[in-house]
Design a protein around this ligand. Structure first.
Ligand code: RAM
Length: 339
């Protein structure tokens, strides 16, 4: 068994165990000394974040003495998210872990929380450095960006027009992955695979679906779409299937095996990537618990992530959890049972 296969098997097993823990929106874990950690995500109804929350509960149960409050606005906007965080500040929670809808807009509310003694970190989509103690990326940004360009190039044999179907234009994580994609795109091997457009589905299924239909109409020679969001890729794949475009247009990006299984088996998607969101929520929560227990997490420090090991925080106050996995026909059904 290779190192990667062994790691994937281990994660498959541990994630499977995590799935049986406290499901539901405001799931809670054992609370011995009354410490409350809020996980504030981009929006409700996103199974990627539900899986992160399962990992958060796993970490809280493992350590003991912490309650997880899993919450989000209904729409992925900064305004609604600020209102959610303000309410948590009023409730005097002990820690807040945020996936931000807008890096800059959330800085003041992050500062306000920290001024009142609440520990704030971001994961998934960063708050600007002033508004949080540290940010945990799922993986290295250049690697995630390059990977997505490589996947579509492999599917298309390096030839044909490609577009990006992103989340909201304010979202830090998607924007930094798109920048990293553009870096990769400069390489000569992509000379015959131009990027023709970038559109935004705002992490809403209906808007993402319509944006995908719009792309196909506006670019009759479009061959590929990269969607660096689990909502965008699942809605884009659905538009390809519904529109009878399988074999003509292919989608790749970041998706959940459980939501992309059909698209892969039907041929709308050849391969896609993602990290384990259960592990990601678990790692972020382990870091927060350690901070609440007095650990350092500023630039230059090494933070502990329980069963996921440890990671070093860079000068920019950011660290990364691990590597993404790639899914295709050979493994999508197996992992669809997990996340
Ligand atoms: C969506 C969200 C999330 C992102 C994943 C890949 O669920 O936009 O922030 O990390 O996709």
């Amino acid at each position: 068994m290779t190192k990667t296969t062994r790691r994937q098997t281990l994660q498959l097993f541990t994630a499977g165990a995590a799935l049986s823990l406290a499901p539901g929106l405001f799931s809670t874990a054992a609370r011995a000394d009354g410490k409350r950690i809020a996980m504030v995500v981009k929006n409700l109804g996103n199974s990627y974040f539900d899986a992160c929350a399962k990992g958060a509960n796993e970490a809280a149960t493992e350590v003991g003495g912490f309650e997880i409050i899993y919450t989000a606005p209904t729409k992925a906007t900064a305004e609604e998210q600020i209102a959610v965080i303000d309410a948590l500040i009023a409730q005097k929670v002990d820690g807040i872990i945020v996936s931000s809808n807008d890096a800059d807009a959330l800085v003041p509310v992050g500062k306000k929380a920290m001024d009142r003694g609440i520990k704030v970190i971001s994961f998934d989509s960063a708050i600007g450095q002033e508004g949080r103690i540290m940010h945990l990326n799922a993986s290295s940004t250049p690697l995630i960006g390059a990977k997505q360009v490589q996947m579509i190039a492999k599917t298309l044999g390096g030839k044909g027009e490609v577009a990006i179907l992103s989340a909201a234009s304010t979202m830090t994580n998607q924007n930094s992955w798109i920048e990293a994609m553009k870096e990769e795109w400069k390489k000569p091997e992509y000379a015959e695979m131009p990027l023709v457009a970038t559109v935004y589905g705002d992490d809403q299924d209906d808007k993402s679906y319509r944006e995908m239909q719009g792309l196909v109409k506006a670019y009759p020679n479009l061959k590929g779409v990269i969607s660096p969001t689990t909502i965008g890729i699942r809605s884009g794949a659905k538009a390809i299937i519904d529109g009878g475009l399988v074999g003509k247009v292919f989608i790749t990006g970041l998706g959940l095996p459980s939501e992309m299984k059909d698209a892969v088996l039907k041929g709308a998607c050849d391969s896609f990537a993602i990290w384990n969101p259960v592990d990601y929520g678990y790692s972020s929560t382990q870091i927060m618990i350690n901070i609440l227990n007095g650990a350092e997490a500023g630039p230059g420090s090494t933070v502990k992530m329980g069963r996921m090991g440890e990671t070093k925080v860079g000068d920019d106050g950011q660290a990364a959890m691990g590597d993404p996995f790639t899914f295709d026909k050979s493994n999508v059904e197996e992992f669809a049972k997990i996340f």
